[in-house]
Ligand binder design. Sequence first.
Ligand code: NAP
Length: 249
Amino acid sequence: MTTIVMGDGELGRAVARGLRQRGDDVHLVGRPPGGHHEAATFAEAGLVVEASRGSAVLANARAAVAGGARRFVIATTAWDDDRDEVQATLRRAGAAAVAAPNFSVGVALFARLVDQAAVLFAGIEGFEPYVVEWHRRTKTDRPSGTARMLATRIAAASAGRADAPALEVVSVRAGSSPGMHLVGFDAAGETVELRLTARDRSPYVAGIFAAADWLDRQSRTPGLHPFDPVLDELLARAATVRETPLVVS
Ligand SMILES: NC(=O)c1ccc[n+]([C@@H]2O[C@H](COP(=O)([O-])OP(=O)(O)OC[C@H]3O[C@@H](n4cnc5c(N)ncnc54)[C@H](OP(=O)(O)O)[C@@H]3O)[C@@H](O)[C@H]2O)c1
């Protein structure tokens, strides 16, 4: 079976490189000349990794299920408006997808730290949260999908509070940064910041592979799945390894 990687940009090429290093058969697919992919492109697809543009995700998913693809990892961001249609397309076809704006395990753990911090600081008067994200100049969507995900989680911590200040989310597009996200809580006399800096795209590729393995391990419910259950399985397996007694022969 072949893994079809949709999107021949930075991420798609990094994923394809990693898959080839694992010895997998890979087909890297760029923007189609006529605007839409042929279903036949996906005839041999064991897995489709979506890494193109948000505006292409729905059409790509429709073409892929029409061609017989049933397992997807959707890394592309900025397709929120098409989410319901993508969900329906997958469910109708009995296809399962892991979709996340960020597949880095570090980011997923960072998001859980932000959840906890947001709850702690929401309980103390005077602390105001904010989000800053910085990516390379050529990144088109802003705020980044990850910044929007973090903002949603921070807002959830003060849901129902009439006095909660509007959350500032600031995007910087400059240079070649592969991604920096900073979550701060500022009060009159002090600032607390959680910062996550990506040095390259390898964490995204590793997380995409983890999601693909999760889909492989057992049949999953048709439709979209977040990255959280993949992370939970990774954490559970890490805990099992730690608990395994060391046998000295
Ligand atoms: N979830 C994650 O962990 C994660 C991590 C990094 C990036 N991302 C997201 O992944 C996506 C790709 O990122 P990137 O950095 O690789 O962007 P990129 O360098 O701009 O690459 C996107 C590529 O997709 C091509 N494309 C456009 N329409 C297509 C279609 N219908 N089918 C196949 N390919 C198509 C583009 O061609 P044209 O230039 O001709 O449009 C471009 O070559 C973005 O949405 C980004 O935000 C997600």
